[in-house]
Design a protein around this ligand. Sequence first.
Ligand code: GLA
Ligand code: ZN
Length: 647
Amino acid sequence: MRIGVDYYPEHWDEELWAQDARLMAQTGVKLVRLAEFAWCRLEPSDGQFDFAWLDKAIGIFAVNGIDVVIGTPTNCPPRWLCEKHPEILPVGDNGQTNPIGIRGHRCFNSPTLREYTGRIVGKLAEHYKDCKSVIAWQIDNELEANICCCEVCNNKHRDWLRQKYGTLEALNKAYGSVVWSGEYSLWEQIDPPYGGYNTAWLNPAYMLDFRRRAAEDVTEFARFQADIIRSHIPDAKITTNTWFCNNLPDFYNLFASLDFVSYDNYPTTSIPDDSEDIHTHAVYLDIMRGVKRKNFWIMEELSGGIGTWMPMQKTTRPGMIKGYALQAFAHGADTVVHFRWRTANIGAEMHWHGLIDHSNVPRRRFAEFAELCKEAEKLKNLESTEIRSDVAILFSVESEAAFKLQPQTDGYNYMEQIKLLHQAFARYGLNVDIIDEHTDISQYKIVCAPELYITDKTVADRLHDFARNGGTVILTARSGVKDEHNNCIMELLPTVYRELVGCHVSEYDPIGWGTNSVRFEDGEVFKCKQWCDVLEADTAEVLARYDCDFYKGSPAVTVNRYGKGTAYYVGTIGERRMYEKLAEDILCKAGVAYIADLPENVEVTTRTGNGVTAQFIFNDSDEEKAFTLDGRELHLMPFEMNCTLKK
Ligand code: GLA
Ligand code: ZN
């Protein structure tokens, strides 16, 4: 396992570079990421390239045994380029061109941007193609599927729609644009979503297509750069660093043409008091591992208190720097790169803290980081070992986007039920995979398929087959709601899943911040919130019924035999313990071994391969935990990781 840091030579006097590199080497840092925002220094004026400073920095790191990841600088086109070619700047939904000097000021579709991108990326790849210390490439930085409203994008979108629908008649039908007299009679009438409206006012079918195309654009932009790098360096290892932003790219497509996934990991430094508030970052790590169903990297890892677009947050508590990095290993990361070596003394991010403070005097956080480096060195032979799981959760990029366009009820968030289900199974010391809804699931025993809101027949068929062949599936409220255009389906919910779950929704109650509760047959009662599907069983058995309101006594949670398998339907959003109860019952029935008595917020995962199994036991809380596991007495400090190797 390898530890690195994000480093910005262009932010520091040259005298510091060698000093920093020496300290890195002493500490155990194995790689640095460089240059992802440095276009103005790499190409100070049109066609005049200066890589001498980067050569020098890379040389200093090489002498110290430190490898390099080069970031392509396309996130920040330099001022001369923006002035010469303002058409490369993206246009917002107010019709205004985005300003320069923040970042991300480039339109992926601009032919001029492509030309300059191709040139700088090509020059970099050509220049460093034989440089042994450059071991990987990062494309751009945190690519997002933003909607640009420039003329190039508008025309591209119209072409995309022409391609998809063929005729305006078909498009009008798919969009239901007759509503509010929105029917189109010319392709040119199709504008981007101008006006800064709350998206919920706009046509949902029209909006989802914009999101889809924006996601395709990002994917294409990354592939464009990857192809250029590969034309110079056929075996280059290429990635891009992603995160959970507002306009999510389609991770699965984005990384399909790249070699590995990397993720920017910033778990919280404020542990919530309310135990209903799931704070663990494990769910995001498992999503990242699931993108290519392979191990991944953390390209930016939490180092100190954060703060830039928000006031400064609590500093990293003792144990967090080491613990959160080891947690990433425990969920399938092979390399963790900390953001950043030293806190910036200049620029907008001067309050987003690195490992070393503004003073350049290494203190507590740095000492902990040094311990992490030693620990990672000990785990070296675990590199590329695998995480194997019997339980999977399906992630739906389309549904995630559609929920953001039309919030379902107060407090409703697509990620919440993913987190609840993940937490429920992880609670029993299991590895949990989170994978694309479109992936093969036959290797699993249990598949959670929450909120499959945008219906895809192949996904539905696969889930039916899986259950028919003996698998256990868990579906939830807001499944089968929309067709592929994001329009409601004229059938009883959960439409295509009705036969599988053996029940239907007779009515639903979006209770938002209100509460209800559900009573299980054994008398256990759990609070529930946000959404209540009032169910009627067709062939299913009722497991729990609502306890309040006019639908008191109506089914809320059911289970159905389907073929050789089983299908659960959870019609509401319950408290954590409700999912834990269901998970334990499901694990027992599915014959999956689990650990019954882990303390809350203690995670156990395993990595297997290279002739070993490594068990990671992580205290993801700010309290000490003492407990017995497999006959061993364990005492873990806050955020402490115990890693045990078994032959
Ligand atoms: C993101 C970016 C970094 C930096 C950090 C901290 O993850 O990729 O460049 O801005 O946030 O703010
Ligand atoms: Zn554009």
